[in-house]
Design a protein around this ligand. Structure first.
Ligand code: ADP
Length: 442
């Protein structure tokens, strides 16, 4: 019944969890990447502003004469010393027009490492200004390029006195790239594992979410099947007896009174059953709310007992009472009234003629204890745990004949629990005792 819903919920739960996982992984990877490159770019930028700017001159006229040491430029030794202060090795490439490279003190190491053709991969014509990555062999480099026709002149290297058009600062970022790659692998493997876990978790969550729905569905199904079964019996009896009546239309009411009284009895039972069902259906859909107000418990009990006295006299049953006076509690008077009707009606139903019923009410500091005791047929050990269940009837044939529906005690329990109280039944071989404890103010 719920397998399709379970599947849909699993997919939905897993999808949501997986998307969260992917977004988090992407955010983590992106953040790491930005952070790593930001640090590298900062170093390159810093180097460029320290060394590149030195070479910038306002115009060709402002340059010193050819062959003279270029006073604005720091010496190779000075540059090396200053570079050693950086947190990572940085190289410098100086480009003339048409991608011609000239050496600078800072490019030597790079030049030594790479052949001429490989070093051309840094060629500025391939890249715009700003930082970018270049892969040469298995090594990765971060390159900061600055293009400016007036960057400066290197007299000692550019004998043609051509302007340096492009300046590049380069650093090896293979470690960073390896780190990012490892992180990516971890995230991909983690994502795969995450997918499996999210499916399992999604299935588990879907199952858990469905448990209360399944339970209430089962309860509802049971309720409907029990209710229809219970209603079918009186209906069939009524139908059969009415058909019997119609077979002999010439008979008088007196002659047919046996059938008529059965029809009346079954109709009354059905009425009771429908009322009980309605109460329980309202309870299930949370439509029934208790109307709590201060009431005198002893007074309500006296009212119900006097209502029942007539029936008790008919059965020659004695109702003894022991009620504390003026017991003020906070409760719903109509429901409390219904509770005592159920308990006394049962006690009356299941007690032989000339039996007795004892009803007591005791008030304590915080609680009240109510007891309804009879010396009737009692409840068997097997039945005792189930008597508060819906439609549960001890001796089916017997209770049916007594007009029992099996709904009374489940309504009684709901009333008591609705007042934050507890109800239980005790029974030895003879007689039954119902004990209710309720707070004075629920
Ligand atoms: P019913 O309408 O059948 O009385 P209840 O829910 O009120 O339904 O009671 C459930 C069952 O508990 C009864 O069928 C009966 O077997 C048992 N029972 C309840 N009260 C008593 C009692 N006072 N003495 C003996 N059995 C009782």
């Amino acid at each position: 019944m719920f397998s399709k819903t379970r599947r849909q919920l699993t997919i939905r739960n897993a999808l949501v969890l997986f998307i969260i996982l992917i977004v988090l992984s992407m955010a983590l990877y992106g953040y790491m990447r930005v952070q790593l490159f930001a640090r590298v770019d900062q170093t390159l930028d810093h180097t460029m502003s320290r060394f590149g700017k030195v070479m910038q001159v306002p115009s060709i006229d402002a340059l010193p004469a050819l062959g003279q040491p270029a006073s604005p430029f720091p010496s190779a030794q000075a540059i090396k010393v200053r570079l050693s202060n950086l947190d990572r090795p940085v190289y410098e490439l100086l480009w003339l027009s048409k991608d011609r490279l000239i050496t600078s003190p800072l490019s030597n190491e790079l030049m030594n490492d790479f052949s001429k053709s490989k070093i051309q991969q840094f060629s500025p014509s391939r890249y715009d200004e700003g930082p970018h990555n270049v892969k040469i062999g298995k090594q990765y480099y971060r390159v900061l390029t600055m293009k400016d026709k007036q960057i400066g002149y290197m007299f000692n290297v550019s004998s043609t006195n051509e302007p340096i058009e492009t300046l590049q600062y380069i650093t090896n970022i293979t470690t960073e790239i390896d780190m990012l790659r490892s992180l990516l692998y971890i995230l991909i493997i983690g994502g795969g594992l995450g997918l499996i876990i999210t499916i399992v978790a999604g299935f588990y969550l879907a199952n858990r979410a469905l448990i209360p729905i399944q339970q209430s569905w089962d309860k509802q199904q049971l309720f409907v099947s029990d209710a229809s079964h219970e209603l079918r019996t009186p209906l069939s009896v009524i139908q059969a007896h009415t058909e019997l009546l119609l077979r002999h239309p010439e008979q008088t009411i007196e002659q047919e009174s046996r059938y008529i009284s059965t029809i009346l009895k079954e109709t009354k039972r059905m009425n009771k059953l429908v009322n009980g069902l309605l109460t329980l259906a309202r309870i299930d859909s949370n439509q029934t709310e208790l109307n709590i107000k201060p009431i005198y418990m002893d007074q309500i009990m006296k009212d119900v007992i006097s209502q029942m006295n007539y029936l008790a006299e008919l059965k020659e049953i004695v109702i003894q009472t022991e009620l504390d006076e003026g017991v003020l509690v906070h409760a719903d008077d109509e429901r409390i009234h219904q509770l005592f009707i159920i308990l006394l009606d049962n006690a009356m139903k299941y007690t032989h003629e000339q039996g007795f019923i004892q009803v007591s009410l005791k008030k304590y500091t915080q609680t009240i204890i109510i007891e309804v005791v009879d010396n009737g047929i009692g409840i068997s050990k097997q039945d005792l745990p189930f008597i508060f269940d819906r439609f549960y009837r001890g001796d089916k044939a017997r209770t049916r004949a007594d007009g029992g529906t099996g709904l009374g005690l489940s309504i009684a329990r709901w009333i008591v629990e609705g007042h934050n109280g507890k109800i239980h039944a005790e029974s030895k071989s003879v007689g039954t005792r119902f004990v209710i404890s309720m707070p004075l103010s629920s």
